[in-house]
Write a protein that binds this ligand. Sequence first.
Ligand code: NDP
Ligand code: DGY
Length: 328
Amino acid sequence: MSELPKLPKVYAAISMPLEGMNRLRKLCQVTVNDRDQDPTRQEFLDGARGMDALIIYPQVTVDKELLDTAGPQLKVIGTFSVGLDHIDINLCKKRGVKVGHTPDVLTTATAEAGVNLVMATARRIQECIRAVKDGVWGTVWDNAMWLAGKEIAGSVIGIVGLGRIGLAIAKRLAAFEVSKILYTGRNSRPESAESIGAEFVTFDQLLEQSDFVIVACSANDSNKGLFNAAAFKKMKNTAILVNISRGVVVDQDALYNALKSGEIGAAGLDVTTPEPLPTSSPLLTLPNCLVTPHNAPCTVTTRNAMCELTVDNILTGLEGRPLKAPAF
Ligand code: NDP
Ligand code: DGY
């Protein structure tokens, strides 16, 4: 009797109870981490051993240890993210391991989350909710400035990283009748900038002039700790920082000091260091710091689209074809 062809083996560190996974299951032998907790590093290494493909997310670091543990048969890694800062891309190239990611399909949801953080911090939503729950509501009419917020209309918006998501955020905020949109990055992006009338400025100029500073860049060696004590000093005392990029771009101790001392007005963070942010983090004691759990692209539509694209990346990689969304 002839041997049945072996199905390729896939380990998914992320549970994706979505249609796309059924497609994968029909063609591969899939092991999923489906307990309600992220796998520990050791559990992930154990799961990756002997696999042909891996499905990962930003908290899973792809380095020599992981590639060695997985073994030379590993063909493709699909990350459930557009960001690639957790992956040693050069090493993957050297080892012939293909890497796929999820650009574009999450741009809208992430941009909407960025705008949500701008609005929520500007109108002090966290403090408003707390005031209602704590029963201190009632003082509003005898103090006209109680919980007074900041308007987006007429403000200067500063985008750090006018890529897909930065541009999508800027386009949405333009509808709020802002006075100016500034952006900074390693390169000017005239085509994108022209579509929203944005002006390319230096990082310092952006800090000095912006009422809202929105970080939407990819994380890399050029911007680790970019938002440090010196940067916060240059910002307006009323400025609001929104970060949907990566936690490493912000020095969190410096941010805490800047928020506590009133050097800047408020912050809205979807990303932190580490993740999850421990509940003991001093940032969580501040009324002017709003933190969401790194879920900016988390809508039903986008999660499904990310799953489909990740599965496409894995299947094309296993078939030896160009990936649907290659990282390189
Ligand atoms: P893009 O590649 O389209 O854009 C990245 C932008 O970052 C580019 O415009 C690049 O411009 C800019 N950039 C890189 N380094 C710097 C720097 N030092 N200073 C300023 N700008 C810089 O990616 P996306 O817009 O699709 O995604 C951006 C990032 O957002 C992802 O890499 C990821 O980290 C994060 N993200 C977070 C999500 C969340 O859940 N919170 C969801 C999705 C994405 P240039 O090369 O000219 O410097
Ligand atoms: C990304 O896409 O980079 C997000 O951070 C994870 O979904």
